[in-house]
Write a protein of this length. Structure first.
Lengths: 358, 228
């Protein structure tokens, strides 16, 4: 599939959006930014819920908007799926009728097995006869996702689908999204301001600020860029793609491989060879000039200092390379001075903790 | 007991009220929809016009209609040109006056219902391939059923209850424009208190029952909050 081209210019009173993006045609692209950054407006422009006076949008080879040639497909003629922040189910229709709503208008009957798979994937088979008022927030949102996907859209647009849910419900729905991520073949544009969702779901990250694209690129690249706010954040982290290679049942540990290196992680209940996403918080990474011998920390890797910067709170943000992977470390400025950090300096990193994302 | 003349007025009253309600829904629905969603500078003006009958004495509205639809009025001239004669003191004239007089009772509940459901259901419907017209009938109407119910019943009962406008524009012509409220007035004028009691009692019982049903039913209707 050709990539997605999206160019929009629009101005309200105090807000303006001006973006020019090429997005990959597979995987989850996260539109990340604080409120007022224009991420939702961008999503709404793509859906046609908002009409940017100047805009060009091409998805899967078809042009949905081309203001130069006065082309603007209304939302209902665009082959898309949209998941709103609040599930937005029709309260007068049962779950099943909500799912059928779009299909009826397409005059399509869904493929029975496909539908069954979708219901199973989202865990909503048992809810079909219920009315929306009798669903929990998490269930509503899962139905809303199914309602969008059942139409076989060319693109799935999700506007902070977890923002209205409490922590517990979020944890309940994230695994479904991760599964979806692995199985979906269409591109997903996902708006969020949650670091957790970014780390867990992203393939491509688009960072928006005041209606402009600050950066866009692969997740690990973007997360570790020192010039972006991610690296400075207290929750700063990097995400590595790893493969499960061994279990150490005696210690309740598992070993994963990242390129040439291996890491020990708390036991992972999965088959050997499984591909995993692990997140390493910058605050859990410390730096040593020589390989520490007697230490309780299991994960010690050789690394190269790539770059570092200081923030105004006595903190030094260090960007390192471990093999081909980027890694961030937050250390104190004093430590940085005592160690005499320089670019391209070989060091050892000790990783105190990692979290498994999928 | 009700005399046959009284029964005729009852029948005519329900005929007028039914037809009026139907016309008000046909005209009032798009009007309320427009008022609920527009940012036009004319919104305030149109809102005022629609709401005027709420505050004007019915005789004032009736008087102006009489003038406009009379032989020398703009509409009167037009209808005469078209070979329809003039409208005052006819059944169609009474219907037009009733529609104008009771319109706010239809437009306001509908406008409130349309406003309160907001953009969200429409946007959801649009992302599920429903055209605007389709969305209106498959999503908006079911979600604003209580608004339609309130509008119909208020419009109907208010038309049944009108008096001043009828007197001005309809007159007191048996089987054509003599509705219940006028007939009660006739009875009282003639000191026929028993007959007046019967008719007045009928109207009281009717209005009470209808409103009671309305408010009982509305309690169980789904409301907009459940959207979320």
């Amino acid at each position: 599939m050709p990539p997605i081209t999206a160019r929009f210019q629009l101005a309200y009173n105090a807000f303006s959006l001006d973006v020019d993006l090429q997005l990959p045609s597979t995987g989850i692209t996260i539109l990340f930014g604080s409120s007022g950054s224009g991420k939702t407006t961008l999503l709404r422009c793509i859906a046609g819920l908002e009409q940017a006076p100047i805009g060009f949008l091409e998805i899967n080879g078809s042009v949905w908007q081309d203001s130069e040639h006065k082309v603007f497909l209304p939302t209902y003629q665009r082959n898309l799926g949209y998941v709103f922040q609040e599930a937005n189910l029709f309260p007068h229709l049962s779950v099943e009728d909500n799912l059928q709503f779009g299909l009826k208008r397409l005059g399509k009957h869904p493929n029975k097995t496909e539908l069954q798979n979708l219901l199973e994937l989202l865990g909503i088979e048992h809810l079909l006869k219920r009315m929306p008022e009798r669903l929990s927030g998490g269930e509503k949102q899962r139905v809303a996702i199914a309602r969008a996907l059942v139409l076989n859209p060319d693109i799935l647009l999700m506007d902070e689908p977890l923002a209205a849910l409490d922590f517990k419900r979020k944890q309940e729905i994230l695994p479904f999204l991760t599964r979806l991520h692995q199985q979906l073949e269409i591109p997903v544009l996902y708006v969020t301001h949650s670091h957790q969702e970014v780390a867990q779901l992203t393939d491509t990250l688009v960072l928006l600020e005041e209606g402009k694209v600050l950066a866009s690129g692969s997740l690990s690249e973007t997360l570790s860029r020192l010039d972006l706010p991610f690296a400075q954040d207290k929750e700063a982290s990097t995400v590595w793609q790893a493969t499960l290679i061994a279990h150490e049942a005696d210690y309740y540990l598992s070993r994963v491989a990242i390129a040439d290196e291996t890491l020990s992680l708390p036991f992972i209940d999965a088959a050997l060879g499984t591909s995993l996403r692990i997140q390493i918080y910058a605050r859990d990474v410390s730096i040593a000039l020589e390989k520490p011998k007697a230490t309780s920390i299991l994960n010690i890797l050789p690394a190269l200092i790539n770059d570092f910067t200081h923030d105004s709170y006595g903190q030094c943000i260090v960007q390192l390379r471990v093999g081909t992977q980027s890694l961030l470390a937050h250390i104190t400025r004093k430590s940085a001075l005592l160690l005499g950090l320089k670019r391209d300096m070989p060091v050892y990193v000790q990783i105190k903790g990692t979290s498994l994302l999928s | 007991m009700l005399t046959s003349a009284d029964l005729d007025t009852l029948l005519l009253t329900f005929k007028v009220a039914s037809l009026t309600t139907l016309l008000m829904l046909l005209i009032g629905t798009p009007l309320a929809w427009w008022l609920a969603r527009t940012n036009s500078i004319f919104k305030g003006f149109i809102n005022t016009i629609v709401s005027l009958p709420l505050v004007l004495p019915p005789t004032v509205l009736g008087f102006y209609l009489l003038v406009i639809m009379g032989p020398a009025g703009v509409i009167g001239k037009l209808t005469t040109e078209l070979g329809l004669g003039t409208l005052p003191f006819t059944f169609p004239g009474l219907i037009i006056a009733s529609v104008l007089y009771s319109m706010p009772f239809v437009v306001q509940p509908l406008q409130a219902a349309f406003t309160s459901i907001g953009e969200q259901p429409l946007e959801a419907a649009a992302t599920l391939r429903a055209s605007p017209l389709d969305s209106f009938f498959s999503v908006i109407v079911p979600l604003t059923k209580p608004g339609f119910l309130t509008a119909s019943i208020l419009g109907f009962t208010h038309t049944v209850g009108e008096f001043g406008v009828v007197l001005m524009i309809g007159g007191n012509i048996p089987d054509k424009t003599r509705v219940v409220s006028v007939q009660i007035y006739n009875h009282v004028e003639a000191l026929e208190y028993t007959e007046a009691h019967w008719l007045a009692g009928c109207l009281l019982a009717f209005s009470f029952t209808v409103l009671f049903i309305l408010y009982s039913v509305l309690k169980t209707q789904p409301n907009v909050q459940q959207l979320k």
